[in-house]
Ligand binder design. Structure first.
Ligand SMILES: *Cc1c(COP(=O)(O)O)cnc(C)c1O
Length: 427
């Protein structure tokens, strides 16, 4: 059985048309890195664009705002435009700005307009904590009570959310729907097109946090009728720790006023008029707040070049093959069945994102520690989930095979018993 999978991995790597991209990344030495859903790796291309911007600062000083190769004053707009094809944004709908949670605050402050009976925000109980904190804060900002106004769609299995259940909760009291594209724990991919259509039918604006899908999965925000979205760029987009995020506004909302206003949201030709009247750019750019952190943002140019060269459809297709291969091994390698594992990630291609959530009630944490001790880099999320993200641009089928074999040996030898049941601040 193991031999069969080894051969299969070799064969899959041989015919992999994206294999050439691996050597453009810095891979941590002697590690099998499978944590690109948390922090993607740096590519030589990203390093190059960062070094170029550093150099421009040295040589141009203030003139870099207009005279750098990619002028800093237009950097956010241009990178937004470069990334548009990855998410199906039309001209002006995508801007490279802020950070995920700040963007959520800004977007919710714009799109959450409780009035009359419509006062509730509909989200889900498996949502990322930061998103929920922001929603609660925004409800309080409006002088309302989050206990009453935040409705969380319950999960029946603690791992996934039923889209039909979400739709059944889109009642006339709901003022806004805000959901993740891919759940950060189980990697369930929600049907954003269906949810957007159903919300639109009911006259409810809908927004998505696509931090766990951007760079791994193609999106069609504009044709799906998504009203707004945001996503970070340090996961599958490989922008680096805390890199600038993206913000999407459907063009039908360009005239709406951004309430967390700042001077970088001004009509660009007027920004330096220094008028005290805020006339915002009628594009996603109007939602910018501050001077963009060009150094931290600069990696994105190189990173996007790689993504565009590879093609998001090809990236998705390889990612699906990687996770399907991993699932197949986890399900059929002798030594793993009967050990108490289960896979929380939905099996169908159209329902899963870029990682596999391998759950082990009781010993998940220590099994993850044992994998780390053997040189693998997955991660662990409470209460029982080991997340394994083989990334299309830099991981191989051989690596996925080696992880499955290591896991089997860890279970056979009970290696996890050597570790403490104690979680470090980041695991
Ligand atoms: C990664 C992630 C975040 C992170 O928020 P930051 O503000 O970038 O720290 C938020 N929400 C979701 C769904 C995420 O996956």
């Amino acid at each position: 059985m193991e031999g069969h999978f080894r051969d299969k991995a070799r064969q899959l790597d041989r015919v992999d048309t994206l294999s050439g991209f691996r050597k453009r990344f810095y891979l941590p030495e002697n590690k099998v890195y499978l944590d690109g859903n948390s922090l993607g790796l740096i590519s030589r291309d990203a390093e190059e664009s960062l070094l170029r911007v550093l150099d421009e600062w040295k040589t141009l000083g203030i003139r870099g705002w207009l005279e750098a190769r990619r002028p800093w004053f237009y950097f956010a707009e241009q990178i937004g435009e470069m990334a548009s094809g990855l998410v199906g944004a039309e001209k002006g709908e995508l801007i490279f700005t802020g950070t995920t949670t700040v963007n959520i605050h800004s977007l919710i402050s714009t799109f959450y307009r409780p009035a009359g009976r419509r006062t509730k925000i509909l989200a889900d109980e498996l949502n990322f904590p930061s998103d929920i904190y922001a929603l609660k804060g925004q409800i309080k900002q409006k002088g309302l009570d989050p206990e009453k106004e935040l409705c969380l769609v319950p999960s029946s299995d603690g791992k996934t959310i039923s889209e039909d259940r979400v739709v059944s909760m889109m009642t006339p009291e709901v003022a806004l729907v805000y959901l993740p594209s891919v759940l950060y724990t189980s990697a369930q991919l929600l049907d954003m097109e269906y949810l957007s259509r159903e919300a639109r039918k009911r006259g409810i604006p809908v927004g998505f946090d696509c931090s766990h899908s951007a760079g791994a999965i193609p999106h069609s925000f504009s044709s799906w009728g998504v009203d707004f979205a945001t996503f970070c760029s340090y996961k599958y987009l490989n922008g680096g720790p805390g890199c600038t995020a993206f913000l999407y506004i459907n063009k039908k909302h360009f005239g709406t006023e951004p309430l967390m206003a700042g001077w970088f949201g001004c009509v660009k030709e007027k920004q330096f008029d220094m008028s005290l009247d805020f006339i915002h750019e009628e594009s996603a750019g109007g939602w910018q707040i501050s001077s963009p952190g060009i150094l931290g943002a600069s990696t994105m140019e190189g990173s996007l070049n790689i993504m565009l060269e590879a093609g998001i459809e090809n990236i998705r297709s390889k990612s699906l093959r990687l996770t399907a291969f991993l699932r197949e091994m986890l399900n059929s390698l002798p030594g793993l069945s009967g050990e108490g594992f289960y896979i929380a990630t939905p099996e169908e291609d159209h329902r899963r994102g870029g990682h596999i959530a391998l759950c082990h009630p009781g010993e998940g944490l220590r099994i993850n520690e044992a994998l780390k001790a053997r040189g693998f880099v997955p991660d662990f999320r409470e209460p029982d989930t080991i997340r394994i993200a083989p990334v299309a641009l830099y991981n191989t089928f051989g690596e996925v095979f080696s992880l499955a074999v290591a896991l089997k040996e860890i279970m056979e030898k009970r290696e996890y018993l050597n570790y403490e049941k104690r979680r470090r601040p980041i695991s």
